[in-house]
Structures are given as structure tokens and as C-alpha cells.
Design a protein around this ligand. Structure first.
Ligand code: DAH
Length: 336
């Protein structure tokens, strides 16, 4: 038995030399030290030994077992270290490689124009106000002195949502929402989406407007004109020609439309042409509007204006189709 044990040790240690994988190592352990392995097999012979021989053989068997276990554990440590070194090599990151660029977006052209215009009015002391897109007929029409038989209330222009509610057709209802909350002096601009049943190259069912309202004691048409001239010169440049043209709006009296003389190069002929372009509506707040706001119209006066932001963006950038701005085509959007 002693010989058997010694040759088992030699055979196992020899075999261990040739092992170079963790699976082979485990197979070797099972072969020699497993419950049904060769060592167990030899130990069966212990029963046939005399009581004097047995302890010495038992001890030797333990030594062999421990020696082999240690050798196998040692080998396992070597193989584990090699495997993790290999993994580290395979997963290595080259820190010196340049990073991948994340495509970067930017503000939409209408947002850019809106922010620029709001910025100009903010510098004059105007604050920004907002109102809901789904508006009551009361705010969208009634309080703005637009009687029920006014053409603007025709279902032809207006999206009706449910009885008494419309998608606001202009930002003017924000005027009343502000006046209900605060007493004069008031100076606000209100940019936002508006909706009309309309569709062609220059009209979209959803578009953007910005509203302005200023109320205080002693406000005159000269204040309106001065304020708007300041804005137009800041936005379109000091040389732009401007004209105020009498107009009618139910919620202002007197009212005007403002045109600028816009000069652009014809894309086909290269010829420079100028034409008057309407850019906004404005006027002195109608006493009837103040009456709805519970403002004392003997004491206060004010002016209001509204302009189409899409139109302004189109003029500024020479865009000839409003729908380009809503198609999200990056070839278009990236130009701004
Ligand atoms: N709400 C008008 C529109 O949508 C624009 C407008 C005109 C607004 C005159 C005003 C104003 O505040 O005073 O066509």
C-alpha cells in the first residue's frame, strides 16, 4: 500500500505538470482525490491491514492527500491569475483614443427669434406672461370686444374643442388673464402657440405669436409708436423703413398695422427688390376691454400689439414656406 500511495503521488504530480486549463485541473482533482477517485480506491485496502500497520498508512495517505491538494490549489492560483490577466488585456481601454462626438442640437429658429424679441422687450421692463392653448370663447373673443357675430368667430377660422372652448386663435386673451391678476402699471409680452383653420405656403394650422400689453396712467399712441419703433430698429436694423397704416381691430381703438420695407435679392434673377411687409397689429386698448378687466378707463390707458413669430422668422431668414419650420428636417434646421 505504501508503494501504491507513493506512485499515486508521483503520477498525480507528473500529470499536474501538463495541466494548463482550469477544466483539466478539476478533472485531475476528481481523478485522484474525488470521492470515487484513485486515493479512495487505495484506502479501501486499509481494512485488510493489521492494527499495527494501519496508523502509519493512514498518516501517509493523509500526507499524500494534503500534498496533492496543495499542489492543485497552487496550480489553480496560477491559472486564475493568468486568466484574469488575459481578460484584462482583452478588455483594455485605450485612454488616449479621442472620444466619440455626441451630435449636438440647438434651439429651433422660431425659439431663437422668440427669445431675441422677448429679450428686447425685457430690457424695456416688460415681463413675460403666458396663458392656456385651450381657451374659453370668453377670453378668446368676448372680453376682446369681439361680438358673437364677428367673422373671426366663424367656425371657418377657429378650431372648436367643446362647447365654449376653442384653441386660441391669437395670444390676445393673455391680455385679460394678466389684467385680472394685477393692477396697473402693467407691461407684459406673451409669446405662445396659436391655432387657425388655415393651410397654405404661408399659413399653418398651428403657429406662433407674441402679444404685448402696456397699461398705465397717461399712455399715448406716441408711447406705442416709440416702443414699436425701438423694437423694430433693434430687431431689423436702424435703417429699416417702417410705416404705420390705419386698421381695425375690435379690441383696440385706434388701431394700426405696421409694415416694414423689406429688401431681398430675388433668388432667380439676382435682382434686389423691396416690398412692404405687414409684421404686426397694434392699437390703444379699447375701453370695453378695460371694462371687462375692471380697470378704471377714465384713469388708465394702454397699448397692445400682436405679431406673428413665424412670419418674422421667415422674413429675417428668407424662408418661403412656413411648413419647412415644422417638418423637423435637419438639413433645414441646421442652417440656423
Ligand atoms: N390678435 C391680433 C391677431 O391675431 C393681433 C393684434 C392686433 C393683437 C392688434 C393686438 C392688437 O394686441 O392690439 O391678428
Amino acid at each position: 500500500m505504501k508503494q501504491q500511495l507513493e506512485s499515486l503521488r508521483t503520477a498525480a504530480l507528473d500529470a499536474l505538470q501538463g495541466v494548463d486549463g482550469l477544466q483539466d485541473l478539476e478533472a485531475l482533482r476528481v481523478k485522484f482525490l474525488g470521492r470515487k477517485g484513485e486515493l479512495t480506491e487505495i484506502l479501501r485496502g486499509l481494512a485488510t491491514l493489521s492494527a499495527e500497520e494501519r496508523p502509519a498508512m493512514g498518516q501517509l495517505a493523509n500526507e499524500v492527500k494534503e500534498a496533492l491538494s496543495d499542489a492543485i490549489d497552487g496550480k489553480k492560483a496560477v491559472l486564475d491569475a493568468a486568466a484574469s490577466a488575459e481578460r484584462a488585456r482583452a478588455e483594455a481601454v485605450d485612454m488616449s483614443l479621442p472620444g466619440r462626438r455626441v451630435p449636438e442640437g440647438h434651439l429651433h429658429v422660431i425659439t431663437q427669434v422668440t427669445e431675441e424679441i422677448v429679450g428686447i422687450f425685457k430690457q424695456l421692463g416688460f415681463q413675460v406672461a403666458t396663458g392656456p392653448d385651450i381657451e374659453t370663447e370668453y377670453y378668446n373673443f368676448d372680453v376682446l370686444n369681439t361680438p358673437a357675430d364677428h367673422p373671426a368667430r366663424d367656425s371657418h377660422d377657429t378650431f372648436f374643442v367643446k362647447p365654449g372652448h376653442v384653441l386660441r386663435t391669437h395670444t390676445s386673451p393673455v391680455q385679460m388673464r394678466v389684467m385680472e391678476q394685477v393692477q396697473p402699471p402693467v407691461a407684459v409680452v406673451a409669446p405662445g402657440r396659436v391655432y387657425r383653420v388655415d393651410y397654405d405656403a404661408t399659413h399653418s394650422p398651428m403657429f406662433f405669436q407674441i402679444e404685448g400689453l402696456l397699461v398705465d396712467e397717461g399712455v399715448t399712441f406716441a408711447d406705442l409708436k416709440g416702443t414699436l419703433m425701438h423694437f423694430i430698429h433693434r430687431f431689423f436694423g436702424p435703417d429699416i423703413q417702417v410705416r404705420f397704416r390705419p386698421h381695425f381691430f375690435p379690441f383696440t381703438e385706434p388701431s394700426a398695422e405696421v409694415d416694414i420695407l423689406w429688401t431681398a435679392k430675388d433668388r432667380h434673377t439676382g435682382e434686389t427688390k423691396s416690398r412692404w411687409l405687414e409684421i404686426l397689429g397694434c392699437g390703444m386698448v379699447h375701453p370695453e376691454v378695460f371694462r371687462h378687466a375692471n380697470y378704471d378707463y377714465e384713469k388708465y390707458s394702454g397699448f397692445a400689439f400682436g405679431m406673428g413669430l413665424d412670419r418674422i422668422a421667415m422674413v429675417r431668414h428668407g424662408i418661403n414656406n412656413i411648413h419647412l419650420m415644422y417638418e423637423n428636417d435637419l438639413r433645414f434646421l441646421n442652417q440656423f
